[in-house]
Design a protein around this ligand. Sequence first.
Ligand code: ARG
Length: 390
Amino acid sequence: MKKAVLAYSGGLDTSCCLKLLEDMGYKVISVCVDVGLPEEELKEVEEKAKNLGVLKHYTIDAKEEFVKDYIFRAIKANALYEGYPLSTALARPLIAKKVVEIAKKEGAEAIAHGCTGKGNDQFRFETTIRMLHPNVKIIAPIRELNLTRQEEIEYAKKKGIPIPTESKKYSIDENLWGRSIEGGELENPNYIPPEEIYAWTKNPTEDKEEEIVEIEFKEGIPIKINGEELDYVELIKRANEIAGKHGIGRIDIIEDRIIGLKSRENYECPGAILLIEAHKALEQLVLTKDELMFKQIVEEVYADLIYKGLWFGALKEDLDAFIDKTQERVTGTVMLKLFGGSLRVIARDSPYSLYRQEMVSFDDKEINQQELAGIVKYFGLQDVLFRRVK
Ligand code: ARG
């Protein structure tokens, strides 16, 4: 019996894959990796897989691992790709890793995914699978058959796959770190997104009251919100709720995909924006200028690696070592004021603060101003000489 493990989301693409794999003579084992889906949806996915005749279905709760080993790393790295907190991208290597684990356990000869040939996820899934399970066969039925949406719908009808209703105008991908909304009229970059696309964020113009929130970090990782210690998953959910209430984290960008296509993307990532902004503010207080400057370069590269799906690659691991080292002193609290879709840092405190109020203030004598005269006099010497030569 030929077995294939399919990364299954319950959507049209992966449901068609399931049947296409059967057409190819495979028995299908479907895997749904939960990185923060609504409970009801998980049940639906499982039922759907069973109705479509899978050999076996797995639902894997990976929420805690997602927060601990992925989201926390993204926070430490202030990871943003062109302004996007990488919610979808960050989850892909974990999903692929879980699927690989099942494939090994089940002795499956193939792993399948429902990605098309136009997006980023095909890269993220396949590079991860090849890194973790080098000899497994990878099948991407939608891409291999070059199917269009319409052809998929025809095929689905023939195979008794439920067709998404008209109400499902958009393609949604959601996990704890954010929600992405694509498709339909949104593909026109000049089309203004209607309010109905948002589910996690309130309309910022309807915000009535400002709110002050305090985030506490320990070694770069958020541990408390408003003084309350929360477990990993709860903390991220809470951050989403609080920031979402004030319409924070709506992102509308033209994004550069891996293959070079530009795409119009809408996200809502309230918690991600709140936690990253708070984290940056604390770093400003405790890291040296040189560390901040160099880390920014590292962050840019790091986000790009996540975007490209090279999470398990060499450079990502190397950069983790640097980032972890910088985070040893990123402990303390940050207060932010949230209102009407925006947020502002209003206070910060840390035992590792490099800020010296006595020194900046005018009354202090530790810095002898007279001694500065010499430093100032020769500062920019090369540029003074440059002007002379010119
Ligand atoms: N463009 C984003 C990325 O590549 C998100 C894609 C989300 N997919 C979706 N079906 N909405 O990371």
